[in-house]
Design a protein around this ligand. Sequence first.
Ligand code: PFF
Length: 441
Amino acid sequence: MSEKKHVNGGFSSSFGFVLACVGSAVGLGNIWLFPYRLGQYGGAAFLLPYVLFVALFGLVGLSAEFALGRLAGTGTLGAYKYCFDRIGKGKLGQILGWIPLLGSLGIAIGYSIIIGWVIRSFAGSLTGAILTEDSAAYFAVAAQHLGSVPWHVLAVGTAVVILLCNAVSGIEKANKILMPVFFLLFVVLAVRVAFLPGAAVGYEFLFVPKWEYLLRADTWVMAMGQAFFTLSITGSGMIVYGSYLNKKENIPRASVQTAVFDTIAALLAALAIMPAVFAFGIAPDRGPSLMFVTLPNVFRQMPMGRLFAAIFFLSVCFAGITSLMNMFEAVIESWQHRFGLKRRLSVLLCGGIVLGVGLFLEHGDSVGWWMDFITIDIVPIGAVLGAISVYYILGYRKIKEEMDQGREKPLPVVFGALAKYVYVPLTIIVLILGFVYNGIG
Ligand code: PFF
């Protein structure tokens, strides 16, 4: 079949595509949220709802975004127009598409500040400066007003340079190098940590199942929010990667592979982090304080801690940059498509806005506030919009045709039922519960 190629090119293989999607999915959510939640909400028992949601959202939710992108031949703005054209309201679709687009842009703004802190911590590991007695004070310098401008510029600059040099082939190449290195380095860390005396308490925290947690609503709520965020289901980023995929690829299979690798990364992060924290008798934590205060404290007390700190922060940096590239690409491609911008201009504009707005938010409290605002208020709306647009506005029959391309057997009937009657309502529930709990993703 003759196929129209995207001006930005296309993924050269299904492996390259899956790695790029894994690059987007594996990020801070896996590293600084998952390990703590696993231990806090029932240990191995938490894995039950978590895997259930990841499997469902992976299969039905990721497939929807990939297939929409491939069918429409473009990312966020054009894709929503495409869906709404079916009901004669293309213009409305184009306007609504800005919500998920702003979601991607918004996460990129906050994420790049945090990646800046990670790069600073990597540099601090190389020089040994991070292994100070008072890791909270070391981090406080970065998290003060305009405390890490050069590092912030470096984070945005790295994503911009990769996306400027090459379009899709650049994304594919970067992920093909960075993601395997990330996995390898985290395996090294997990193995090293296993030999620390006292690590066993960490494994207990993570894996001894406390089944009674399955009777608590918040266990299920957190598992659901975590599953959404970790798979980057935002109604935006995964659509643009789908638009670079050729018709021969099996979308549901690629979606499941993405979810499986993402889960392996989350478990690896738990194995690399929590046993080390417990081995040194430090209380477990989540979020920025886990990464920038608790862990440097651990590395300081660990033999060859400087080396392991450098390995840790370098791999987190890789995970972050590959997620950042996806958020950027969602915005860049949409502007190219919608306004006919040259790619170079679109990349620079996006980088300029991410940095320009980010500079105003360069303070620990402001970033926290901003990320809450974006991930609680904007991103879940994008996810709901994506799900409804694909399965109800465009319609199941049409998207199923697209998903069946590249497959030997057509999708079973149960897929449609899960998508329309389970997945779509759950996206709405995630949005509502996010407000109620003030953040679950
Ligand atoms: N999935 C990423 C994480 O777990 O950190 C976060 C993310 C990346 C969300 C890319 C949205 C996105 F477009």
